[in-house]
Design a protein around this ligand. Structure first.
Ligand code: THU
Length: 134
C-alpha cells in the first residue's frame, strides 16, 4: 500500500517526465514514475527513433534506469498519457513482471488526473517470470 501523498507525487513526476518525451513520429507523449522499495522514484519518458521499431516506452525507460541504479524491488508505477489514461503495453507489462508481479499501476492522464489503478498481475494474468525457469 502507498499513501495518497506518495501516489500524488508519483503521478506528478510521471506528468513532468511526459513533458520530456521524445515523440516526433507518433506525437504521443508518455511519462512514467516508478517507486522502488527503498523509496526512490525513477522517471522515464518514451524515446522514439527514426527507425520506428527501436522506440522505447516510458515505462521501460524508467525501469531500466532504476535497475541500472541498483534498484530491484518495486512498489508502484504511475503512467501519464494524453487526454485519457493508458495502460502499459504488453512488452512493458512483461518487462515489469520480471521484477514486480504485484506492482501497483496507476494510470493517469497528461494533466495528472488518475483514472484507475490495477495490480500488474491483473494486467498480465498467468505471467511468465523468473520462477517459471526454476
Ligand atoms: N508508449 C509508451 O511510452 N507507453 C505506453 O504504455 C504505450 C505506448 C509510447 C510508445 C510510442 O512512442 C508512443 O507511445 C505511441 O505508441
Amino acid at each position: 500500500m502507498i499513501t495518497r501523498e506518495v501516489e500524488a507525487e508519483l503521478v506528478r513526476k510521471a506528468v513532468e517526465a511526459r513533458d520530456r518525451a521524445y515523440a516526433p513520429y507518433s506525437g504521443f507523449a508518455v511519462g512514467a514514475a516508478l517507486l522502488s522499495q527503498d523509496g526512490r522514484i525513477f522517471s522515464g519518458c518514451n524515446v522514439e527513433n527514426a527507425s520506428y521499431g527501436l522506440t522505447v516506452c516510458a515505462e521501460r525507460v524508467a525501469l531500466f534506469k532504476a535497475v541500472s541504479e541498483g534498484a530491484r524491488e518495486f512498489v508502484a508505477l504511475a503512467v501519464a498519457c494524453g487526454q485519457g489514461p493508458c495502460a502499459p503495453c504488453g512488452a512493458c507489462r512483461q518487462v515489469l513482471y520480471e521484477f514486480a508481479p504485484e506492482l501497483l499501476v496507476i494510470m493517469a492522464d497528461g494533466k495528472g488526473k488518475t483514472w484507475c489503478t490495477a495490480r500488474l498481475s491483473e494486467l498480465l494474468p498467468h505471467g511468465f517470470g523468473p520462477r517459471d525457469l526454476a
